[in-house]
Design a protein around this ligand. Structure first.
Ligand code: NAD
Length: 421
């Protein structure tokens, strides 16, 4: 088993290919990123000095449409991580049948150490460096870890200056006032929530579930709110510095308020007389639903065996290593995989892009109804593939996506077609 994130992602492709009769051309096309651009962003700091930051934009495959994927700001960001995330985006867009390929961007930076003005200069500088590869019909970024609507707004503004016209469809996840879509904020969590609700009977989740959430940012907070609103009990949540646990159920509204005021969840625990536990202990709590909503590789071969839940909903990208996946499968824990469970985000990003191109904004009801329809349609199709082939839901999701990618790649002609001439 390789330790390389990208190689591990490719193992999912090989696994899915075993269930389909795809042409060798398809695998050849999908096993390498199409284009990865690297730049050094040189930014003026508030103290007058200049600092440089490494940055990337990967367009993994654009056979099914312009590439689409977020931009991440993180001190551990790397080209390999951006390429892996772009690979996942390629499959995620195919899972939901969106007319997109996959892309991803990153800057190696700890944004918490920058002032707001430095963050704006860095974000504008990212767009200056990558405007050549980005565009509403070429490659469309969005927010990811430690980037947000305001950052997308700065980047869109910078792009508009460069091309000398207003192109709101160049980036999604923008503030509403700058052409963002209603419903984008909670879309990732809402997609996961709709999926769990739709499959509840199949997953034997009748009645209120005990829910544990790892990572309490955008995805985690909205998931807590939606699940609690539907009668489930959020019994533990964590952030990067600790976790809080209450078997009777946490007050989600108070917790979100505290978190958004800058308080850590462990400090919230102390202030409210609740039990503070470590992030590792959080994974060992007995629950019905566990929601990883932080970063990659959080569930691995050393902790997978200790997990005591029934269903895992991957709102984070790649939170479970393949070895951990095997352990969880053996334990009978059902994993609803990232490329399906968190695809609500890119789906509403797609709605934003469509609205920008139409010049017409949809209301929230329409957005929720369209998202629900896609999540239920693709979720059911994948569930059925898993049942029919007796595979994990993850493998089924890859099979579902690969069938669509293969059809598009093969439509340009395969070896059989060309060898005839
Ligand atoms: P975010 O930056 O808003 O939140 C991330 C959270 O994870 C923060 O609360 C942080 O404290 C926490 N965290 C970091 N390290 C942790 C650790 N070791 N243990 C516990 N918590 C930890 O990011 P987000 O947008 O919510 O994204 C979270 C995950 O969801 C990422 O994997 C991202 O790729 C994925 N995702 C997000 C979206 C989206 O629309 N936001 C869409 C698809 C996938």
């Amino acid at each position: 088993m390789t330790d390389n994130l990208f190689d591990r992602a490719l193992e999912r492709l090989d696994e899915a290919a075993r269930f389909l009769n795809v042409d060798a051309d398809v695998i050849e096309k999908l096993k390498y990123p199409q284009e990865t651009t690297k730049a050094r962003l040189v930014v003026r700091m508030d103290d007058g000095s200049r600092r440089s930051f490494l940055a990337w934009r990967c367009r993994y495959d654009d056979t099914r449409g312009p590439t689409k994927g977020g931009i991440r700001y993180h001190p551990d960001a790397s080209a390999e991580e951006a390429e892996t995330l772009a690979f996942w985006m390629t499959f995620k867009c195919a899972v939901m049948n969106l007319p997109y390929g996959g892309g991803k961007g990153a800057v190696k930076v700890d944004p918490r150490k920058l002032s707001k003005a430095e963050l704006e200069r860095l974000s504008r500088s990212y767009m200056q460096a990558f405007a050549r590869v980005i565009g509403p019909e070429r490659d469309i970024p969005a927010p990811d870890v430690y980037t947000n609507a305001m950052i997308m707004g700065w980047m869109a503004d910078e792009y508009n200056k460069i091309v000398d016209r207003n192109e709101p469809g160049v980036i999604t996840g923008k503030p509403i006032a700058l052409g963002g879509s209603l419903g984008r904020n909670d879309a990732t969590a809402r997609g996961g929530f709709y999926l769990v609700r739709h499959l509840a009977k199949d997953l034997n989740l009748d009645g209120p579930a005990r829910v544990v959430i790892q990572g309490f940012g955008n995805a985690g907070q909205y998931m807590a709110e939606l699940m609690a609103g539907d009668g489930h009990k959020i019994i533990a949540v964590s952030d990067s510095e600790g976790a809080v646990y209450d078997e009777n159920g946490l007050d989600v509204t108070a917790l979100i308020k505290a978190k958004n005021a800058g308080q850590r969840v462990s400090a919230f625990a102390a202030e409210n007389g609740l039990k503070a536990i470590s992030g590792d202990e959080l994974l060992e709590i007995e629950s019905d639903v566990l929601v990883p909503a932080a970063l990659e590789d959080m569930i691995h071969r050393h902790n997978a065996d200790k997990i005591k839940t029934r269903v895992i909903v991957e709102l984070a990208n790649g939170p479970i290593t393949p070895e951990a996946d095997e352990i969880l499968n053996k334990k009978g824990i059902v994993v609803l995989p990232d490329i399906l469970a968190n695809a609500g985000g890119v789906t509403v990003s797609y709605f934003e892009w469509v609205q920008n191109r139409q010049g017409y904004a949809w209301d929230l009801e329409e957005i929720h109804a369209r998202l629900l329809k896609i999540v239920e349609r693709e979720g059911r199709a994948i569930w059925n593939i898993a049942q029919k082939n007796k595979t994990s839901v993850r493998t089924a999701a890859y099979v579902h996506a690969l069938a669509r990618l293969a059809e598009a790649i093969e439509a340009h002609g395969t070896q059989d077609f060309f060898a005839d001439y």
